[in-house]
Design a protein around this ligand. Structure first.
Ligand code: DAT
Ligand code: MG
Length: 140
């Protein structure tokens, strides 16, 4: 196991529901260290670049529309095995299938509007963290 950093987004639905603080508190409670945080609003094109690995998927256009529909809060969390642990705390992509107590079960609405994003691998984190943050903004 290694200390990892992972990119988490509170998606537009989570911001609209006013649960960003609850999401942040959960990661603090689980022992992660906050390395960076900002609120911003993506254009549809920027959302498309962030989710470029999904460009051939049937839901890509809907996903980019949703991710640019309002402000998001981007954050980087650090900890032992952070990438997999954050994914476990988030729960399954579809909130209806997510385990009780997971962030998506608690705050997600449907498979598209599922409250949070978390990097799914070291490779993804290495693309996603610099997408939002410069080196100067990452304070370990
Ligand atoms: P995850 O966010 O759990 O890593 P993913 O990488 O498969 O899931 O998909 C990225 C996002 O795309 C997901 O959080 C919500 C959206 N999405 C996935 N499957 C979808 C579907 N069947 N219909 C609509 N949106 C979907
Ligand atoms: Mg994914």
């Amino acid at each position: 196991m290694a200390v990892e950093r992972t990119l988490v987004l509170a998606k537009p639905d989570a911001v609209r529901k006013n649960v960003v603080g609850k999401i942040i508190a959960r990661f603090e409670d689980e022992g992660f260290k906050l390395v960076a945080l900002k609120k911003l609003k993506l254009t549809k094109e920027q959302a498309g670049q962030f989710y470029i690995v999904h460009k051939e998927r049937p839901f890509y256009d809907e996903l980019c529309e949703f991710m640019s529909s309002g402000p998001i809060v981007a954050m980087v969390w650090e900890g032992e095995n952070a990438i997999a642990r954050v994914r476990a705390i988030m729960g399954a992509t579809d909130p209806a299938k997510a385990e009780e107590g997971t962030l998506r079960k608690l705050y997600g609405s449907n498979v598209g509007e599922n409250a949070v994003h978390g990097s799914d691998s070291v490779e993804s984190a290495n693309y996603e963290i610099p997408f939002f943050f410069s080196g100067l903004e990452l304070i370990g």
